[in-house]
Ligand binder design. Structure first.
Ligand SMILES: [Zn+2]
Length: 387
């Protein structure tokens, strides 16, 4: 790969013909149209969200370096920004009066209202730019390794860079566009933000059953995202028809896996709704996130709910009582071990090796009091099931 360091390109040159499109996923241009600021494998503009664009302008005004910028030379006189998109977009947005920075008196100032000498200082600032020339794979490998300035790329952003092409472009139009009216609906079930590719990552994860890289590689040249879109919508529609109420804990669950496992089962949404409400109101259910899978699975696997019946004080006092009695009788402090025939029948278990169990089962209305609590060794407790 060939690299050339350019030191004579100014902010003014870069921002010549700057185009900012409010809708994400669209190319932004500069350098009189010769520069694509946001090639398809770059992330969406996120400096504004994180209030970092002021910092770029302040750095320029104070003559602090804003770091190296990398261009990829894609034609005789055309370039793409490999690294520095966010800094360039901040500069372009400022010069076109899209945001203000505070002056020395703390007053917000847009570029157009600044003193001429300050305006000049900004637009005449020279940037440090590396122009790189190489094969697509060289550039992409290298892009993966630079990942330096600004906010580090997350996993999906890197995958978008590595597998860039028509498929990623289409997929981002659908899943990475915060203006998409569906985002709000999806947010009930998917966590994260469209800009940081969390919805795209989730859709890909579901359709690929967790093999995102393989899927992107296979579909890289596809001109449509029909399968991805269809599968994602099927999953979302399924969840919202089974669970008619939206609970905060539904967000971020692996609905793709739950759909695959349970979509052939019929559910009565009214009944499901009352089950959800009951479990939400149960103080012993610690893992609210587990409620949905628990119900889908037929209310059998109580481990999902992380039911914690007895507090530490109750368990310790029951343990002490049981252990003292067992030692006196020369038997195990686990009542199940004590009636067995192996070496464990006289074993005294330590407290951490035991768990609390309901004598009369919780599911059958057994109370959660010291009287109904018995400590069993972990093996026997598990064998009995978390009732
Ligand atoms: Zn035991």
């Amino acid at each position: 790969m060939k690299t050339t360091l350019k030191t004579n390109i100014t902010v003014k040159d870069i921002c010549e013909g700057f185009v900012y499109n409010e809708l994400e996923g669209k190319g932004l241009f500069g350098l009189s149209g010769k520069l694509t600021i946001q090639p398809e494998y770059q992330r969406n503009y996120i400096y504004a969200e994180e209030n970092r664009e002021d910092g770029v302008i302040e750095s320029v005004l104070n003559e602090y370096p804003i770091g190296l910028i990398y261009f990829n030379k894609v034609g005789k006189d055309s370039f793409e920004v490999l690294d520095g998109q966010q800094r360039i977009t901040s500069l372009g947005r400022f010069i076109t009066d899209k945001f203000a920075v505070k002056d020395e008196n703390g007053m917000p100032q847009i570029f157009g209202n600044m003193a001429i000498d300050k305006q000049k200082k900004i637009i005449e600032t020279k940037l440090l730019i590396y122009e790189c020339e190489g094969t697509e794979s060289q550039i992409k490998e290298w892009f993966k390794t630079i990942n330096i300035a600004g906010v580090p790329l997350n996993n999906q952003e890197l995958l978008n860079a590595v597998y860039s092409g028509p498929f990623v472009t289409k997929a981002k139009e659908e899943f990475s566009n915060s203006q998409n009216a569906n985002i709000q609906k999806w947010s009930a079930y998917v966590s994260g933000s469209a800009n940081r590719q969390d919805f795209l990552e989730c859709a890909l994860y579901w359709v690929s059953k967790g093999n995102i890289g393989d899927y992107m590689s296979k579909h890289r040249k596809d001109k449509n995202i029909d399968e991805l879109k269809k599968y994602f919508n099927i999953v979302i529609d399924w969840v919202s028809s089974v669970f008619v109420d939206v609970e905060a804990e539904m967000r971020g669950l692996d609905w793709g896996r739950l759909y695959e496992t349970h979509h052939r089962t019929a559910y009565n949404p009214d009944k499901v709704s009352s089950q959800v409400k009951k479990l939400y109101g149960d103080p012993y259910v610690y893992n609210k996130k587990g409620i949905f899978e628990y119900i889908l699975g037929g209310s059998i696997d109580k481990k999902l709910l992380d039911i914690r019946f007895f507090n530490e004080a109750v368990k310790r006092s029951v343990y002490a009582k049981q252990t003292a009695k067992a030692k006196k009788n020369g038997k195990s402090n686990c009542s199940n071990c004590a009636i067995g025939h192996d070496a464990n029948k006289s074993k005294i278990w330590n407290y951490p090796d035991m768990d609390a169990d309901h004598v009369a089962a919780w599911s059958k209305g057994g109370a959660t009091t010291a009287k109904n609590c018995e400590m069993l060794c972990k093996t026997h407790n598990r064998a009995k099931g978390n009732r």
